[in-house]
Design a protein around this ligand. Structure first.
Ligand SMILES: Nc1ncnc2c1ncn2[C@@H]1O[C@H](COP(=O)(O)OP(=O)(O)OP(=O)(O)O)[C@@H](O)[C@H]1O
Ligand SMILES: [Mg+2]
Length: 313
């Protein structure tokens, strides 16, 4: 991985510039974390509110390094079988049927029970070999010869047991399969974990990762994001909408708008040919920014005041 990508990840600045060309704006912290994760071969744990570009960062890293993205979406009840591997039971059964006739040949001439059991055992081992193994995302990532980006998305949704199970993979880039032994990465993947903080993650997991917190972007960064995502938008309208969104984020709402909402709003304002933000346009498009009716009811009576505040230098 390191040798193949050494030029592409030679500095945080190169990462920043290249990701921008792909439509992703990195803050200094983001660029530094990607740089360190690639160079030190350490997983990154990205935390932050929804919609600030955590998942997108993994996608862009994969696109930039031209390396496959292997994504594992976490959920409650996710277990090893779904994450690591499963035995192909159907195939095992089919082969058992087909080989049944050969059983006589295998056992022929066996002396005593011990020898019969040994022969049967060898026969059985075939069914727990690579050909009967169905790799799931974690194993797929370890088996990629030229490395991969392994996105373990929303790890906070998985149970604590699953988090503990990940520790071996995160520190040694290997997993243990009882029937086959330890499987080591062919080429260490770049591992990106994301979390929305729905529960506190364990210290052991945190210790194994570089930690990156992506907050809501500051107005300058958010303007840059909108300018790459919605380039046709007029600069002064863009500046106004970013100011308005920052004001909204100061309010005590159930869910304040994230970057994804800013981008949707920018696209909608462009589509509606809005030249200047006014009370009416804001009122009509507020549902693009706020996803709870109770938040809309809080903000609607405040629009006038927020506009005044926004216009202050
Ligand atoms: N820095 C950025 N540069 C460009 N686009 C961004 C940036 N941050 C967020 N976006 C855009 O915002 C949208 C949401 O991003 P993403 O899905 O990665 O958020 P998330 O943090 O993973 O959210 P969630 O926690 O809900 O999964 C994407 O369409 C992405 O393109
Ligand atoms: Mg996400």
């Amino acid at each position: 991985m390191i040798i193949k990508h050494s030029e592409k990840i030679a500095s945080p600045q190169i990462i920043k510039d290249s990701f921008k060309q792909l439509g992703y704006i990195c803050s200094d912290d983001i660029a530094m974390s990607v740089y360190l994760a690639c160079q030190l071969q350490k997983p990154i744990l990205i935390e932050g509110p929804p919609g600030v570009g955590k998942t997108e960062l993994a996608k862009k890293t994969s696109e930039y390094l031209n390396t496959p993205l292997i994504r594992m979406q976490c959920y409650e009840g996710l277990d090893e079988a779904k994450a690591l591997y499963e035995w192909k039971y159907g195939k095992q059964l089919l082969y058992t049927q087909l080989l049944k006739d050969q059983l006589g040949d295998v056992m022929r001439g066996a002396k005593g029970l011990d020898e019969s059991v040994t022969r049967l055992h060898q026969f059985g081992d075939i069914f727990y070999s690579e050909q009967f193994l169905e790799p799931r995302p974690l194993l797929q990532a370890l088996k990629e010869k030229d490395g991969a980006i392994l996105l373990i998305d929303e790890i906070d949704k998985a149970d604590q047991e699953f988090e503990a199970f990940l520790l071996e993979l995160l520190s040694d880039y290997q997993v243990s399969i009882p029937e086959m032994g330890t499987i080591k990465a062919e080429s260490k993947p770049i591992v990106i974990l994301t979390s929305n903080n729905t529960r506190e993650l364990g210290d052991a997991l945190k210790r194994r990762c570089l930690h990156l917190y992506i907050p809501f972007p500051d107005p300058k960064l958010e303007q840059e994001i909108i300018s790459v995502q919605v380039p046709e938008m007029d600069a002064s309208l863009r500046s106004d909408m970013v100011k308005f969104i920052s004001e909204l984020r100061e309010l005590s709402l159930k869910k304040v708008p994230a970057v994804s909402e800013s981008i949707d709003w920018a696209k909608a304002l462009l589509l509606l040919n809005v030249n200047e933000l006014d009370h009416n346009w804001i009122k009509q498009t507020l549902n693009l920014l706020l996803k709870f009716q109770e938040d809309i009811e809080v903000v609607e009576p405040e629009i006038h005041q927020l506009l005044q505040k926004m216009k202050r230098p």
